[in-house]
Structure formats: C-alpha cells, structure tokens
Design a protein around this ligand. Structure first.
Ligand code: ATR
Length: 288
C-alpha cells in the first residue's frame, strides 16, 4: 500500500531492535487486512524511554510494541494499564486511544491462544510451568485468567517460584497455585495437563539442554509446550514427541502475541492469518 498523508505509523520500542522480525509480521498484516499502516523498529536509548512513549501520543502513532529492555520502564509513562498487564508487571503493547496511552501484555495471551489453536482446553486444566522469570509470569497470569484450575510453578531458584506463586495466588484467589524446585520425577507429572518450558534451556546457544531429565517417561495425555522457538524442534519437544505426547511449539506464542497486538490497534480479528505469518517467518529464516 502506498504511503500517503493518511498512513498511520506503529513502532517497536526496544534497544537494540535491528534483529526484530515484528516489522515483517505487522507490515504483512497491514497489507493483508487492507489497513493503511506502516510498522517501523525504533531503537530507543534507556534514558529516552519516557519521551519516546509520550511521542506516541504527540505524533499520533496508532500504537507500539515494546521489547527488551523497556517492557517495565514504559509503564510509568502510560495513562492506563490493562489489569492483566498490571499483574504481569510488564507491557509489550501500547495502544494510542485518541491521545490516551493504554498498556497491554499480549505475551501470555498469545501463549494461551497458541495452546487453544492446537485444540486444547485451558479452562479447568492443571498446568506445570518450568521457570519463574518474566515469560513465566506473563504465561501464568494468562493461564489463570483463562480459567486454569491449578498452576504449579517450578524453578531452579525456589524462592523465585514461591514469590511468583504468591503473586498469582493473590491476583487469582480461585486458582490453586503452588511452587517447587525444577528437579522433577515422573510421578509429579500425574494429573498435569500442560507441561510448559519457559526457561532458556534448549534455545540456539543451549540447544543440547533440556529443562527436564530426558529419561523421564511422562503420563500419556500430557501436552508439552515450549516457548523457545529457535530451533523449531527443541530438545524438550523432541523428548515429548519420542514419548508420544502432543506438543505446542514456541513459534505459536511468538506469532499469536503479534496477532493480538495488531487486533488491539485495529480491532481486526487476525487468527486467520496464522499460517501465512508462519510461512513468512519460514521464508525470512526465522523458523529453522
Ligand atoms: P524471561 O524474561 O525470558 O522469562 P528471565 O526473567 O531471565 O527470562 O527468566 C529466566 C528463567 O529461566 C528463570 O526462571 C531462570 O531460573 P532462576 O530463577 O533460577 O535464575 C531460568 N533459567 C535460566 N537458566 C537456567 C538454567 N541453566 N537452568 C534452569 N533454569 C534456568
């Protein structure tokens, strides 16, 4: 679509941003859905975050994504924060609502969407989440919000799992939230519907690592989900497939968080674009 005086701008605020593939996704979505919108990656130095965010309102951007290291820092410059993003304590999407800047977090919602997209029900389910960092926080909040019945957070540093569990429990009193250490035995997987890796174990530089002992034989019926997306087939996913489990690959969360952001800015339901975005990322060499 030709750039004209009516073209709206969206941006990615981060530091650095030059390796991001969000511009591929959002410019593709704008073309596909006929939205007069261009998306640019904007490198913002840490001491400029406040003015950059205020600039979204001043310059009339439709909104922005926010990535590392600014997901927490942007929050104090916003007019309103979505309640789930507030519990997560991080924002990855900003919408400019006629000058009023609202912060959202689509990471966890994107994860839940990727699970549902594979035909699984989160409502009433028991989820065990490995890791207690930022990604785990976004995912556990989204799982609780989607009606998970029980959430077990397991982490190398037990105190971090306990602190996260306490926060989620306080925000969602009806959900049973517990914490434990990362070391797992097969019997601890009994009754678990989703086993979710949010640690970096398995990603490109650590591709020979797995967040659980690979000789564990899991109960059938367990769904193994990874949020690591490079490589596409992580050691954890391979372990799951060897044991006949259903899997949810990390790329699903990555694509769905972007689809959710685009919906927040434009109101357009974007789920139908999933496969085309997947194919685009294969073509761009993101999915290996
Ligand atoms: P992110 O924002 O991607 O979630 P993070 O906040 O740095 O990243 O969290 C990384 C998570 O992976 C943490 O739960 C971390 O465990 P600790 O809290 O004990 O540090 C976990 N992690 C990182 N490296 C790990 C390793 N080698 N073994 C086990 N867990 C690891």
């Amino acid at each position: 679509m030709e750039i004209s005086a009516k073209t709206r701008l969206a941006g990615l605020i981060g530091h650095p941003v030059e390796h991001s593939f969000s511009p591929y996704i959002h410019n593709f979505l704008a073309e596909k859905f006929g939205v007069d919108l261009k998306y640019m990656a904007l490198d913002v130095a840490p001491n400029r975050v406040d003015v950059a965010v205020k600039g979204i309102g001043a310059l009339g951007l439709i909104g922005s994504n926010v990535t590392i290291p600014h997901k927490i820092a942007v929050m104090k410059s916003l007019d309103e924060i979505d309640p789930h993003a507030a519990v997560i304590g991080a924002v990855n999407t900003i919408k400019n609502n006629d000058g009023k800047l609202i912060g959202y977090n689509t990471d966890g919602a994107g994860f839940v969407k990727s699970v549902k997209d594979e035909g699984h029900e989160v409502k009433g389910a028991c989820a065990m989440v490995l890791g207690a960092g930022g990604a785990s926080r976004a995912i556990t909040v989204a799982l609780a919000a989607a009606g998970a019945h029980k959430i077990i957070i397991r982490n190398h540093t037990l105190a971090k799992a306990e602190a996260l569990a306490a926060d989620i429990q306080a925000a969602f009193p009806k959900v049973s939230v517990t914490a434990g250490s990362l070391a797992l035995t097969a019997d601890q997987l009994e009754g678990v519907d989703f086993l979710i890796n949010t640690t970096p174990l398995g990603m490109s530089t650590r591709k020979n690592e797995c967040p659980i002992e690979e000789d564990i034989v899991p109960p059938s019926g367990l769904v193994a989900c990874d949020i690591v997306y490079t490589p596409y087939e992580t050691r954890f996913i391979k372990w799951a497939e060897r044991n006949g489990l259903q899997t949810v690959h990390g790329i699903g969360m990555l694509i769905h968080q972007a689809l959710c952001s685009f919906t927040i800015w434009t109101g357009i339901e974007t789920s139908t674009a999933y496969q085309e975005v997947f194919d685009l990322l294969v073509q761009k060499g993101v999915i290996l």
